[in-house]
Design a protein around this ligand. Structure first.
Ligand code: 9L3
Ligand code: MG
Length: 152
């Protein structure tokens, strides 16, 4: 029965791993520039209005995560970015998707991101990072993001 129990446990682990792997991904972007990171304040839906997030959105079918990062930053911030690698852990979202963060830098360091569809965009330092009213999912990543800022 020990072997049977082990089999059952393995099957359960495999089931969780597979369901996780099938989840759709929402990318978030940690744009770092001169020791600060860009945060944006949501305008909708109503329950998220006023709360802060990293720029990003759903990865479209057939699109790579890096392409989604570049597209979303162009749409939401009107800037061109280069993704440089993943940060932190995947965070499960209420809608069943996973939030996955990519670090990025501005292609043109002089470019000024603007809030196209958000209330506000703000360059924040490590101190402001821990104080902002983040969306629940983004809040999980605050420690990883602080490490990222300290490394740059
Ligand atoms: N979401 C959470 N944190 C983020 C981003 C970019 C997105 N940093 C959540 C909010 C929505 C979903 O993912 O429920 C899809 O994002 P969007 O298309 O509304 O930006
Ligand atoms: Mg978005």
């Amino acid at each position: 029965w020990i072997l049977a129990a082990q089999d059952q446990r393995l099957a359960a682990v495999r089931e969780v791993a597979e369901s996780w792997a099938e989840r759709k991904v929402v990318v978030g972007t940690a744009i770092v520039h001169k020791g600060r990171m860009l945060a944006q304040q949501r305008r909708y839906p109503a329950r998220d209005a006023g709360r802060w997030e990293l720029p990003g959105g759903r990865v479209e079918p057939g699109e790579s995560e890096q392409d989604a990062v570049v597209r979303e930053c162009a749409e939401e911030l009107d800037v061109e970015v280069t993704p440089t690698g993943r940060i932190g852990t995947d965070v499960p979202l209420d809608n069943g998707m996973l939030l996955r963060i990519h670090a990025a830098r501005l292609v043109d360091p002089e470019a000024a991101p603007r809030a196209v569809e958000h209330h506000e965009v703000r360059w924040i330092d490590a101190g402001e990072l821990v104080e902002l009213d983040w969306l629940d999912a983004d809040k999980v990543l605050v420690h990883s993001l602080r490490d990222l800022l300290r490394r740059r």
